[in-house]
Design a protein around this ligand. Sequence first.
Ligand SMILES: *Cc1c(COP(=O)(O)O)cnc(C)c1O
Length: 431
Amino acid sequence: MQYYSLQNHQHRVSFREAVIQGLAPDRGLYFPAEIPKLEKRLKDTIEEYDPLFIALSAIQPFVGDDIPEKDLKKIIADTLSFPFPLRKVEENVYALELFHGPTLAFKDVGAHFMAGCLGYFRRGEDKPVTVLVATSGDTGGAVAHGFYNVPGVQVVILYPSGKVSDLQEKQLTTLGGNISALEINGTFDDCQRLVKTAFLDDELQTRRPLTSANSINVARWLPQMFYYFMAYREAKQWKKETVMSVPSGNFGNICAGMMAAAMGLPIHHFIAATNVNDTVPRYFRNGAYEPQPAVATLSNAMDVADPSNFARILQMFAQNERALKASLTAYRFTDEQTVAAMEEVFAKHEYLMDPHGAVGYLGLKQYQQKHPNNTGIFLETAHPVKFLNTMPESLQQQVTAPEQVQELSGKQKVSVKMDADYGQMKEWLMQ
Ligand SMILES: *Cc1c(COP(=O)(O)O)cnc(C)c1O
């Protein structure tokens, strides 16, 4: 499979190059030159196949010959090492739980798959590569776990001191081995600025080659299709149209779902549910794409003003707005609505949602008011335990900590503290 840059369709690279580069040199996102079609038999009798085979069938056309099947199977098995249960919440409403991985957020899947691919492409190289990444919370932990112990890869994670939750900090700082955490005296924006500066620094790159584990990397984006295949595999038994509501920030997850549908997976409709960072819902209402500064919300992993992956969604529909709207609806919800939904769903159905999942639930319910006759699935993207401190008190007591949290409690935080100063960081990276 070839990938082209959305900025210049003539610029084409292999899967391998797209994974190693992340972004095209012209800063465009990579997009597959063709959309592969699923075999009819897989679609019609998907319930007869096991998840690993389905995932392989979904991703292999995008990888092509760049990774042999035997190695790709290993990478997939490592990526899908935890379950994705579909739980009934109420009539026609199901939660697809994506938070049973090592860091309790759905980003584990993309991070593990990308780590597997990069590890494969780097094998046999004698100079290690350093994955440098800034995190406001969830990304860092998923990347750290994904790349933990991958030979030939070192990971350096920058996070803003005091601005990530205790649990998130533990996930970043307790692994050791090839993972280092830089605790920056500053904001997430400072961390991002430091990372960007490092990528432009030739002297540093010569000494210590860097790569990013950014969410726009095709190896983090495409494996998210697996969720939709797994959900459909179960939902098919109800013999109704399947609609899926995705709590969206940078729109990578939903864009992967829409790619699965473009391949032929029978998902009838998608709902993009956002918090008040509602650039896409506004665009759907008035046709103007006008990002405004991001606002902090309870569903903080979705506080994105200018979702990068929306460009990929537009490309999938050849920039045809009418066709896009026939497949995708977008809604926005406030924090008040989010908390009310968490309380109501727990009171009525004893199902505890995290704030991100709750936004997805709200999107689904709003769509079903007009389209009641379907199997509705919303994606539960993080475990509620990650958001304990911002939950209503009545719900906090209901959260049971999974074993991933208990394992962390005895571990010692190790971080390197520094100011948001490029010189200081560079010196540390150079030694
Ligand atoms: C990253 C994240 C999202 C948003 O996913 P996108 O692919 O950026 O739209 C939603 N929920 C949680 C918990 C996340 O960590």
